[in-house]
Design a protein around this ligand. Structure first.
Ligand code: AMP
Length: 360
């Protein structure tokens, strides 16, 4: 089903991703309505309507659904009951299947493996006994990850030689987990791509990501990657999107492993996000169509835009105090600055980003 310009797009979540989606939607003549529990949502300033309510508030969800033509979201931890409730009232894009697959690391990894895609070795862990057996099988070092997110950064722990594994598991709150083998990767890349209800697909080139303190610090393009590996990465994401009958933009993070003997590259899938992604922010100013516009086009059933890159790219997140350098970025003719309008600067908080495009 196509939603022509003039329609109202409901967005669950009111952070910077929703803000940039709302701006892109406005550029194509759509209205947006944000649904978020926080009153100081960055998306609020740039949207036609705002509902401040909890995601479990069914009366508020009902009103929201009645006021919009379709619903999308900016984060994958939308409670599944909320997704199913909304799905009965309005088209939810991407659909609940994509949400379910990306909310649980065990379901997600099994889904990748079922498509024939490599992941780190993993085992499910439901209790202390299973953890001990999994550590014996996978070895150390390994990484214990809670299956579901939302544990305030407490969701991951490294198991090393001599680690007190029972203590680590209890400190995490003993949730259902997976234990993952450590991948000795050369680089981390991601693919951002879009698919329409009719099955049209467009992927941006792979980008290379650097993390600091578990937060994306920098994305560069072109990634250091053989052309055939880059193509393979895009093909994998095409297969993932088709398998989910996916609608919208999705991002898939991968590790690039290099064989020490022959330099051959292989890809290990880490995780996916059923939404626009920080590693796709470079597309705003760095590609013919931004990921935000591409998402709006995809969910509305419009033709996708070209995903062509406009030059060599460095996207840097402005985290915490780094936002104070805004003046210097504005003075750089190659830089495109986005600020998220967050009132309070806190360490570790994403305040904006800057993309440098060196045109060829
Ligand atoms: P995740 O929450 O799964 O995205 O993990 C966050 C970061 O931890 C990744 O971007 C990697 O840098 C690192 N990481 C996660 N899983 C593994 C793994 N199996 N092997 C090596 N590094 C990992």
């Amino acid at each position: 089903m196509m939603f022509a310009p003039g329609a109202t797009i409901g967005i669950l979540g009111g952070g910077q991703l929703a803000r940039m989606l709302a701006l892109a939607a406005a550029g194509l003549g759509y209205r947006t309505h944000i649904f978020a529990p926080e009153s100081d949502s960055p998306a609020r300033d740039v949207s036609a309507a705002f509902t401040e309510a909890d995601y479990e508030d069914e009366a508020a969800l009902q009103h929201f659904a009645a006021a919009v033509d379709l619903v999308t979201y900016e984060f994958e931890n939308v409670p599944s009951a909320t997704a199913h409730f909304l799905e009965k009232l309005r088209p939810l894009r991407p659909g609940a299947e994509a949400l379910v697959a990306s909310q649980d690391r065990l379901v997600e990894k099994r889904f990748f493996n079922a498509l024939g895609l490599a992941t780190a070795p993993f085992l499910p862990v439901e209790n202390g006994g299973e953890l001990a057996r999994a550590v014996a099988q996978i070895g150390r070092p390994s990484i214990l990850k809670s299956r579901r997110l939302g544990y305030d950064g407490k969701g991951q722990a490294m198991i090393r030689e001599g680690s007190d594994i029972g203590g680590i598991y209890r400190a995490m709150g003993a949730p259902p987990c997976i234990l993952e083998g450590v991948v000795n990767f050369a680089r981390e890349i991601s693919i951002v791509a879009a698919r329409t209800p009719g099955g049209a697909f467009a992927a941006y080139e792979p980008c290379e990501n650097t993390h600091e303190h578990h937060i994306l610090a920098r994305t560069i393009l072109p990634a250091t990657l053989k052309p055939e590996t880059a193509q393979k990465a895009m093909d994998y994401v095409h297969a993932i999107a088709d398998a989910l009958d996916y609608v919208g933009v999705l991002a898939v993070e991968m590790f690039v492993v290099e064989d020490v003997h022959d330099g051959q590259e292989s890809l290990v899938i880490n995780e996916m996000a059923p939404r626009v992604h920080n590693s796709g922010h470079w597309t705003l100013g760095g590609a013919r169509t931004s990921q935000f516009e591409q998402h709006i086009r995809a969910i509305c059933g419009l033709p996708l835009g070209p995903a062509t890159r406009l030059g060599d790219i460095v996207m840097t997140n402005l985290i915490g105090d780094a936002v104070e350098e805004w003046h210097q970025h504005l003075a750089d003719p190659d830089a495109q600055l986005q600020l998220y309008g967050k009132i309070e600067t806190r360490p570790g908080r994403k305040m904006g980003h800057v993309t440098k495009v060196l045109r060829r």
